[in-house]
Ligand binder design. Structure first.
Ligand code: NAD
Length: 436
């Protein structure tokens, strides 16, 4: 059993804290957001993440998971302190380290015995040195700073955390290495590795992983765009290349671009890190450029088809940047809404989990409805922006009945071309022929 403090109780912090409690550790989660902490103290999970609620409730009940807004109370007894703080993009695209370094300085003032400070936030290469300096400026005790980037995916966060493909731990301290190895032992029982390396390599591993995945998706989006031009079918091309082990069949589905809280910001931050060292990432710059265009690809198709959309109504399925999350950060749907509204269209939107977040954060002049079929009542077309499970096998007859004309613009390639043809839909998707 280890005593752990997790500072920052968002997607990563709450999952980290809960999963460490689940493996028998004593965990206290610290957050400055009082409303969030009060909610958690009352047994409520403040985010939507599958399977989290069960573990959350069990560990609170068994006394291994607590919450506070008081950092001093939070870290008092902790041997290991995780930083799961935001690192949002600054105005120039570089990662804003003010949260991480600010808390680092606080820790320096508060620590009265040796502690391992673990950076779980995604940060540019070289940040652990900055964190160390921020702590050292005030510290009177020994400490180690470890880089332990997190690879969980929202929507699968608990499963990913409990059974990671690998755990990356960046440290040159033997003392910290031993403590971290013991902590993660229960998570690697199936033989998945704990990879020890230096701090800089660990930090860069995270940016390299996200940038590689963003590149893979973007590459496939470009192939899909070209498929449309030459009359090829991207489904076949995807399977054709994905069957090659060197390529692999995952992360090859084309769509309306990557979004979310991680890929856009991490890819941009890597470019920015490169610039600081006078290195220009050609590939990654191109990825960002292509993705900007891809996010609006479906709306371009809509505008192309309808010409003028002024006064036309569109039913929009999906707001979250991907299914099984309420996270809307950098969601393609938001860019689509902006462009459609600017063109004078009306939108009726439905998302199973993300509507509250959009309502709270954006004052879009759109209608939110509580059912996917209500969204398309009297609409000129259905637009699909997120591949939620409930959208995959819908009541096609009801879709036809509710729409003015059976027109579907699918940014996630949810349906087969033949079935849409048989059902009599006008159907546009990504990288495949249009069914007219
Ligand atoms: P988040 O915004 O969901 O959570 C951050 C939390 O930190 C918030 O609850 C906020 O109130 C709290 N906070 C801010 N300042 C604080 C302070 N001074 N003291 C205590 N709490 C404070 O962010 P997230 O999605 O959990 O991401 C955290 C980090 O993990 C980021 O660097 C991100 O890039 C990285 N990451 C995220 C994911 C993901 O899928 N979300 C995956 C891997 C890595």
């Amino acid at each position: 059993m280890k005593k752990i403090a997790v500072i920052g109780t968002g997607y990563v912090g709450l999952v980290t804290g809960t999963c460490f409690a689940e493996t028998g550790n004593d965990v206290i989660c610290v957050d400055i957001d009082k409303e969030k902490v009060d909610l958690m103290k009352n047994g409520k999970v403040p985010i939507y993440e599958p399977h989290l609620d069960v573990l959350f409730e069990r560990n609170i009940k068994e006394g291994r998971l607590r919450f506070t807004t008081d950092i001093a109370e939070g870290i008092k007894d902790a041997e290991i302190i995780f930083l799961a703080l935001p690192t949002p993009p600054g105005e120039d695209g570089s990662a804003d380290l003010s949260y991480v370094l600010g808390v680092g300085a606080d820790l320096g003032k508060l620590m009265t015995e040796y502690k391992v400070i673990v950076d779980k936030s995604t940060v540019p290469v070289g940040t652990s040195e900055k964190v160390e300096a921020a702590i050292k400026a005030h510290a009177t005790v020994e400490f180690d700073v470890v880089s332990n980037p997190e690879f969980l995916r929202e929507g699968f966060a608990v499963d990913d955390f409990l059974k990671p493909d690998r755990v990356v731990i960046g440290t040159n301290s033997a003392r910290a290495r031993k403590i971290m190895g013991e902590l993660y032992k229960p998570f690697v029982r199936q033989g998945n590795p704990i990879l020890f390396m230096d701090e800089k390599s660990a930090e860069l591993t995270k940016y390299a992983a996200n940038s590689f995945l963003a590149t893979k998706i973007t590459f496939m989006n470009e192939i899909a765009n070209f498929c449309e031009i030459v009359g090829a079918n991207v489904d076949d091309v995807r399977i054709g290349i994905g069957s090659d082990d060197r390529i692999g069949n995952r992360f090859l589905f084309p769509g309306i671009g990557f979004g979310g809280s991680c890929f856009p910001k991490d890819v941009q931050a890597l470019v920015k890190s490169g610039k600081e060292y006078n290195y220009d990432f050609d590939i990654i710059n191109a990825v960002l450029r292509v993705n900007d265009q891809q996010r609006l690809r479906l709306i371009d198709k809509v505008l192309n088809h309808f010409g003028d959309v002024k006064g036309k109504t569109f039913g929009l399925w999906g707001l979250a940047f991907k299914p099984d999350t309420d996270d809307i950060r950098e969601a393609p749907a938001l860019y689509m809404i902006e462009k459609l509204l600017a063109a004078g269209a009306k939108i009726k939107a439905y998302d199973p989990e993300a509507m509250a977040n959009v309502k709270k954060q954006y004052d879009f002049d759109i209608e939110y409805v509580d059912n996917q079929y209500t969204a398309i009542e009297g609409a000129d077309a259905l637009l699909i922006a997120t591949e939620w499970g409930a959208f995959r096998n819908p009541d096609f007859e009801l879709i036809k009945k509710n729409l003015k004309k059976p027109k579907v613009f699918d940014g996630r390639n949810l349906f087969g071309l033949e079935e849409m043809e048989e059902r009599g839909f006008y159907y546009e998707s990504i990288g495949r022929r249009t069914i007219v």
